[in-house]
Design a protein around this ligand. Structure first.
Ligand code: ADP
Ligand code: ASP
Ligand code: MG
Length: 827
């Protein structure tokens, strides 16, 4: 911490002074710091610099819209002044503003006549934004008494003197310091409100410090005032690991070195201006990047020796790059080629962003802003004219539409594997690398890539360094009976999964039959219903899958909790594209054998995972048991069981006293059957489960191969549900008869599924000994008995509740964890 008595400089960017509310917010921050001398550097209100520059461009084109445009800018400032100032000081501000606008109009009219504006004319107009924002703010502080030790308005043009060099403006420190002493009253230790962005050249003509130059102003005044700290206030929580507009997952970097910050800024992290660092570095002044809209947050500290374990701090990209490649055997071992090349470019003011030369010296390539590509090519051709004619240089080729991706961090020096990670990520994302440069400082690895793949590249590389490798983008379809229970279960476990398994599950998509909700950072699970209702959009399966399959997250899974054929029909595509699928929906596994095989083939080819434990026995480990038996080399001879919770219940309860039809209606009213009980009684659901098990055993079964005994009387198959329920008693006597026949032999009735390794598959009502395992299950229990080579005398039995939303959702959840284990999480 700096001495409490020393100056502190706060710079507020355009986004921090966008409107009247913003001015109020900034005033509160300034008030809190008013116990010590402070310099408040302000940018123009958001968009005003762009607006003013646009007026000049319009005037050059003789587009008279500049008059109205100027009026709008004026009115915007008047509105802010009237909102935050008392009438008297507002009127004074407005009078000055109007006078400035008259001057600007005169300049614009001149530009319109000449049809072109020199740089200093442009600067002159553009600089007004900062004059207005600071005058307004100084008036606000004064009239509210927020600068108890005095408020001074400082026009930086009267203080900061720069000389324009080839690398930008160079501050003339001595002269600037003298001028500041002249401008600031002797011994002043109150609040100085200072214009950002603008300065004067040595002739006294107004200039600017370049776009986003107010950050530079902040550190220049930090140096001139010998400040203990510089705070740059903006609209994000600090310097982020990547541009948040491109990488929604970007994280705040706690601390950066000046060098790291400089590299990030140079390679496009717009949050700070690259030149900001120099004055602070020389004097060792720490810079904080903070959020005006969340002043309580710590922000990012930029200083000489930050304490940070991260080898990579940030990843940036710059678009609009062209690459020029110079190739020829004539360059090999000829000293001075690079000198001539870059000398020529320098003469023509072409700024080279990156250079790469192979050690064979056969070619040199360099990256430049695309806008300078044509000129650069001419310069190079001219400089190497004779070599080109004599064939010592074979080609000069220009490639456009490229981007540079830069990975920055001091800790890369001396740590291995960073470059490998970058290139592996780019490779996995199928991004073609055109050129590579790593400075000897090892602080930056830069790669030139195709511009169109830049966002993808940025996100993928970012995820390798910043996310848990076990980050799962999850989309759930069908938040109904099972789906919503699963979401509830998941919500209670997210924190534990992250803590114990390093598994970062993000539910990014939810889709019902009509609506879908897509949230990049993840849906706030406790509020999913309300969010789906209020912020959802019309459902679109393709768009949903595309969104869930976010390229910047390492893994994607779709959980299908519907019973829909349409959804199941998409699994193949999803699996083929690397999206994992988890489902309790039986449709995909019970379709035709050929579509089932295609599904498995797609899964295998893409290395994705397809898990469906909950399709048989809900949460019971049935499918997993089949897999384990087979994979450990056992041979399954038969699988038998009661695979329907509903049918289990009906025959557990049916004891001959109450008619069967009554048992069915009672079960239906308790929610134990499907709305149409025939869906259960037909046995088809059980047959489907048997198919799933059979296919899992490696049998080529089609649904038609299963012999199914339906308990729906033939006469009632086609009628309505009501009629079915009404007429079912007509068949009670027949059912009673079967019951009595079994009982006479000391047996009970159970609806049993059987599958033999030879492929025989049957489903139907069977008489079982009262001591049989299947005769003694409770309520809606399922039971599955595996007879195998190992388990031959005494079979392996899996038994337990096999229906109901809780256990089915539990089965889905177990699959999700199994998936994460496949992806490499460790308990
Ligand atoms: P100000 O108006 O405060 O000067 P800018 O718009 O110039 O703000 O800069 C802040 C913006 O920079 C952020 O809103 C963010 O979108 C963008 N940005 C780009 N890259 C980064 C990064 N690496 N870290 C933080 N912000 C970034
Ligand atoms: N207002 C200037 C610009 O928009 C300077 C700044 O905001 O930093 O470029
Ligand atoms: Mg800025």
């Amino acid at each position: 911490m700096a001495e409490p008595s020393s100056w502190i400089v706060h710079k507020f960017g355009g986004s921090s002074v966008a409107n009247a509310d913003c001015f109020e917010r900034v005033a509160r921050i300034v008030q809190q710091g008013s116990g010590r001398p402070q310099g408040i550097v302000l940018s123009a209100c958001r968009g005003v610099t762009d607006g003013l520059l646009n007026l000049v461009t319009q005037a050059e084109r003789s587009d008279l819209a500049f008059e109205a445009g100027l009026g709008e800018l004026r009115d915007r400032h008047i509105a802010i002044a009237e909102a935050v100032l008392k009438p008297g000081s507002a009127a004074a501000f407005i009078a000055d503003l109007k006078s400035d606008c008259r001057d600007i109009l005169a300049i614009l009219q001149t530009v319109q006549l000449i049809r072109s504006a020199a740089q200093n004319v442009r600067d002159r107009v553009a600089g007004h934004g900062e004059i207005w924002s600071t005058r307004l703010f100084a008036a606000l502080l004064r009239e509210r008494g927020l600068g108890p030790r005095g408020v001074e308005w400082i026009d930086a043009r009267r203080v900061v003197v720069v000389r324009w060099g080839s690398l930008g403006p160079v501050v003339q420190w001595q002269e600037s310091a003298e001028r500041l002493r002249a401008v600031l009253p002797a011994g002043f230790r109150g609040t100085a409100v200072i214009t950002g962005y603008i300065a004067s050249d040595e002739q006294g003509i107004q200039t600017t410090l370049g776009r986003n130059g107010s950050d530079f102003s902040g550190s220049i005044f930090g140096a001139l005032l010998d400040a203990g700290e510089i705070h740059i206030w903006t609209d994000v929580d600090g310097v982020l690991s990547a541009d948040p507009r491109l990488v929604p997952d970007a994280q705040v970097i706690g601390a950066l070195s000046y060098n790291e910050a400089m590299e990030l800024a140079y390679f496009g992290a717009k949050v700070i201006h690259p030149q900001t660092m120099a004055p602070a570095v020389e004097r060792g002044i720490p810079i904080w990047i903070r959020n005006t809209f969340a002043p309580g947050k710590a922000g990012t500290l930029i200083c000489a020796a930050p304490d940070s374990p991260l080898p990579v701090k940030g990843i940036t990209s710059i678009d609009g790059i062209a690459m020029l490649n110079l190739e020829g055997a004539g360059m090999i071992a000829v000293p001075g080629t690079a000198h001539r090349l870059f000398g020529a470019l320098r003469e023509d003011d072409i700024s080279v962003i990156l250079i790469s030369q192979g050690s064979s010296e056969h070619s040199i390539c360099f990256a430049i802003p695309e806008a300078q590509a044509v000129r650069a090519e001419q310069v190079v051709r001219r400089a190497f004219d004779s070599e080109l004619r004599q064939g010592q240089i074979q080609s000069v080729a220009v490639d456009r539409g490229l981007s540079i991706l830069a990975v920055v961090g001091d800790g890369m020096a001396g740590s291995h594997g960073v470059a490998a990670k970058v290139f592996a990520a780019l490779g996995d994302a199928a991004v073609n690398v055109r050129a590579i440069a790593q400075g000897a400082s090892e602080r930056n690895i830069s790669v030139v890539i195709d511009g169109r793949s830049a966002p993808k590249a940025l996100r993928t590389v970012h995820s390798r360094f910043y996310l848990s490798p076990h980050t799962l983008s999850l989309g759930l379809i069908g938040p109904g009976t099972v789906g919503h229970v699963f979401l509830d279960q998941l919500a209670t476990q997210l924190a534990r999964l992250r803590r114990d398994l390093n598994l970062d599950v993000r539910v990014r998509g939810l889709m019902s039959s009509r609506r879908m909700l897509l949230v990049d950072g993840g849906i706030d699970l406790p509020r999913w219903r309300e969010l789906l209702d209020q912020e959802g959009q019309p459902a679109d399966l393709r768009a949903f899958a595309q969104f869930v399959h976010a390229e910047y997250l390492p893994h994607a899974v779709i959980i299908d909790c519907t019973a829909s054929n349409d959804v199941a029909a998409s699994y193949r595509d999803w699996l083929a594209n690397g999206i994992h699928v988890v489902t309790p929906n039986k449709k995909a596994n019970t379709g035709s054998l050929s579509s089932y095989r295609a599904l498995r083939e797609a899964r295998r080819a893409a290395g994705s995972h397809y898990l469906y434990e909950a399709t048989v026995g809900a949460g019971l480990p049935v499918i997993q048991t089949v897999r384990d038996l087979r994979e450990t080399g056992d041979e399954i001879t038969s699988i038998e069981g009661i695979l329907s919770g509903t049918l289990a219940y009906l025959f557990n309860v049916f004891n001959g006293e109450e008619p069967f039809s009554k048992v069915v209606s009672a079960a239906r009213s308790r929610g134990y059957t499907e709305p149409d009980p025939r869906d259960d009684l037909s046995g088809m659901d059980v047959a489907r489960k048997l198919i799933i098990l059979g296919r899992e055993m490696g049998l080529d079964l089609e649904i038609g191969d299963v012999q199914v005994e339906s308990l729906v009387p033939e006469a009632l198959t086609k009628c309505s549900i009501e009629e079915f329920l009404q007429r079912l008693p007509e068949f009670d006597a027949a059912m009673r008869k079967r019951y009595d026949a079994a009982r006479a032999q000391g047996k009970v009735l159970r609806y049993v599924a059987r599958l033999e390794s030879g492929g025989r598959a049957t489903v139907g009502l069977t008489q079982l000994d009262v001591r049989h395992a299947f005769a003694n299950i409770a309520l809606t229990d399922n039971v599955v008995r595996f007879a195998t080579r190992r388990y031959c005398d005494n079979p392996l039995i899996v038994q337990g509740p096999g229906a109901g939303p809780e256990v089915t959702a539990g089965g889905v959840f177990a699959d999700l964890l199994r998936l994460s284990a496949y992806l490499g999480t460790h308990v």
